[in-house]
Ligand binder design. Sequence first.
Ligand SMILES: O=P(O)(O)OC[C@H]1O[C@H](O)[C@H](O)[C@@H](O)[C@@H]1O
Length: 293
Amino acid sequence: MPIHKGQKTIVIEKSGASAEIYLYGATVSSWKSGGVERLWMSGAAVLDGSAPIRGGIPIGFPIFAVDVHPDFPELGGAHGFARINIWTLDDAVHETETEITATFRLGPNDAIAKLFPPPFELVYEVTLTARSLTTVLHITNPASPDATPWKFNTVFHTYYKVPHAPSASLAPLTGTPYIDRLAGMARKVQAGDTAGVAVETARAYDLSAKQDRCEVVLSYGGGATDALRIVSEGFPDAVLWNPREASGSKVPDMSKGGWDEFVCWEPGVISNLATLKPGETFKGVQHVEVISA
Ligand SMILES: O=P(O)(O)OC[C@H]1O[C@H](O)[C@H](O)[C@@H](O)[C@@H]1O
């Protein structure tokens, strides 16, 4: 069976690879390729649907981090409601010889409407092949033409599992502008080719010049024979984040030492809100592939 449906999660399998997705938040919680777990999950993650899942790929929408939405200030909090609501799984699972796709949907409910009244539709496709995981988010404003446009942030808050976070690096990033969220949102430009997380890092890279297609390679370091090629499409930003011990130890659902085990590279609409007019759909893609180092 290429798909296993549980009460809380589904697992898809293809050519020896697998991915587990919680209906809560449509959070991809595990991706195994080549017999290796590629996503990090905190040992202290809350998995009972009472709090966002600390690990995997939580989806942020319609705000990012603790930023407040100018039109819907009640949203507040972190990363919005998409990651803390139950999504529905389409009955139809698309499968070919080389790939399998499961599709999830989220729309308004009473609790969401109190925070974010306009109509919206989120469609999320998770596609697995032997060596890749692709996530695609479609965000639609289905309102009638005379309705007011609304604004949103979104993010694939992806936690990559690495053997030793301070040894891991992302490249090529030379000359890419970024906002240093730890330095009063100072605007800086990436000097060297690689960026890492040996110290606490929260940078929002400006990918607007390569919004159509941005490719980076996450190298594990330490003589690893494989690496991850991460391609994002449609996203104007990506956050590089790791809290290291000083800040990570204050995060209640982060296991001790967790900050040594992951790198977050988070493609999204982050530094500015995007506007969606009635009838419009935003599409963001993240394609991650295991490659030789
Ligand atoms: O604790 P969370 O709401 O999941 O957020 C975790 C982190 O996500 C982002 O990467 C932000 O840049 C950080 O400021 C935030 O701490």
